[in-house]
Design a protein around this ligand. Structure first.
Ligand code: RNT
Ligand code: ZN
Length: 416
């Protein structure tokens, strides 16, 4: 049966349960999703050749990683041509284009990002920019914004402030908000004594950073907590509690990364709380496997639950949806495509839900009907709507994209 016919039937079935599939497709097309640039080169960036630090790790040695800006851009363009929907690229400060100029992270200049702006505009992508508080000699002992050494702490405050201004500049150039995720890796390998002192200094650093005004139309910053990192197993200064408190008190955005909690804790359950007490959220949709392993996002129950919470909240404009994973054990372009398509799929799946009807069951204490319907929805003809969405976005349907990636690998990636 042709895709069109299948879609027509699916549409009718969804309309019987009160869901307008055409409308869902039209809405989803305009929901921006951020894709992490760092999947393309194993979080190396273009500032120096130092090791990846901060307690995160990319594992695998699949050939073909991008080695420079041109390769990273070409790879991302390839991936983006297979991902439906409105895309933003999330950059880290270390992906700057300084054209050989030696870089001082304390004083990054907006012009280092001009070529990204030009490229993004040409390709119809949005841009986000994060400060990089890792992979630098000044973070080698594991501390940045909470450091007891005032000189080092000041260095990192200045770095984040310079990125804050550049992010606002990018937002102005792009004519839309540039979101910044602040992830501060600071933590202790072994049990610390002065947790209080480190947390107070982190708070003070953030206060100094947020004292520098930016236009929220062009930049918002979100704070990302974490339970532990490699080499920082005993205490993370910027825990989720710390940031939830900070954001609620100071009116800042909170970041929830799916890999940053204890293995039986899920961010899908945290979205509604965070939305209630903060101005908004940034999501790092990721997939932890036993630890914060940053596996490629798959279409699993938690991904669906995250998407349902986003959609059911009715607050999409307060949520910056982004991906965060880096798998170096498979083709990196495919990693982008698989994870981003899955996130789009999960959003579509969630948007095809008759939420009001389900809420009505719940309110009437008819949990039987609620359960029956939630189960029934899983076998509705969702795939036909997904294919139609891909078709309308001009990206491959079904598995057609894989051949393209294989071809790209043969012609481009394997020659690196
Ligand atoms: C690390 C955080 C952080 C990074 C990126 C590179 O645990 O998740 O978001 O993955 O900033
Ligand atoms: Zn993250």
């Amino acid at each position: 049966m042709s895709t069109n016919k299948m879609y027509e039937i699916a549409k009718e079935m969804y309309s019987k349960i009160g869901v307008d599939a055409d409308k869902v497709i039209a809405t989803l097309k305009n929901v921006p999703v951020s894709i992490q640039c760092w999947q393309g080169d194993d979080v190396k960036g273009f500032e120096n050749q130092g090791p990846l630090t901060g307690g995160i790790q990319t594992t695998g040695n699949y050939p073909g990683a991008a080695r420079n800006i041109d390769e990273l851009r070409a790879d991302f363009e390839k991936a983006a041509s297979m991902i439906p929907g409105k895309k933003k690229l999330s950059l880290h400060a270390i992906y700057l284009d300084s054209k050989g100029e030696k870089v001082d992270r304390e004083n990054l200049k907006p012009e280092f990002y001009d070529s990204w702006i030009e490229w993004a505009k040409k390709n119809g992508f949005g841009l986000n920019l994060d400060p990089t508080c890792f992979s630098h000699p000044n973070s080698d002992d594991g501390f940045t914004l909470s450091h007891h050494d005032e000189k080092i702490r000041k260095f990192w405050i200045n770095h984040v402030i310079s990125v804050r201004k550049i992010a606002e500049y990018i937002g102005k150039q792009m004519g839309e908000v540039c979101a910044s995720n602040y992830w501060i890796p600071d933590g202790f390998k072994d049990t610390p004594v002065d947790r209080k002192g480190y947390r107070e200094r982190l708070e003070d650093s953030l206060n100094q950073i947020f004292a520098v005004p930016v236009d929220p139309k062009y930049n918002v910053a979100a704070l990302e907590g974490k339970v532990f990192g490699i080499g920082a197993e005993s205490c993370t200064i910027g825990s989720n509690d710390f940031y939830l408190g900070y954001c609620a008190k100071n009116g800042q955005y909170l970041t929830l990364d799916a890999g940053h909690f204890h293995p039986t804790e899920f961010i899908s359950d945290k979205i509604s709380t965070a939305l209630q007490f903060t101005p908004g959220l940034l999501l790092h949709v990721s997939r932890p496997v036993r630890w914060d392993s940053d596996h490629v996002v798959i279409f699993d129950d938690e991904l669906k639950a995250i998407a349902q919470e986003i959609v059911r909240s009715g607050e999409m404009d307060r949520i910056h949806i982004g991906l965060d994973y880096f798998d170096a054990s498979i083709n990196r372009v495919a990693a982008w495509v698989i994870g981003a398509r899955n996130l789009e799929k999960a959003l579509l799946f969630a948007m095809l839900e008759p939420t009001e009807k389900l809420i009505e069951f719940e309110t009437n204490l008819d949990y039987t009907a609620r359960l029956a319907w939630l189960e029934e929805l899983k076998s509705m003809p969702f795939e036909a709507v997904w294919d139609e969405y891909c078709r309308e976005c001009g990206v491959p349907c079904g598995m057609d994209w894989l051949e393209e990636v294989k071809q790209y690998e043969k012609e481009v990636l394997s020659k690196r």
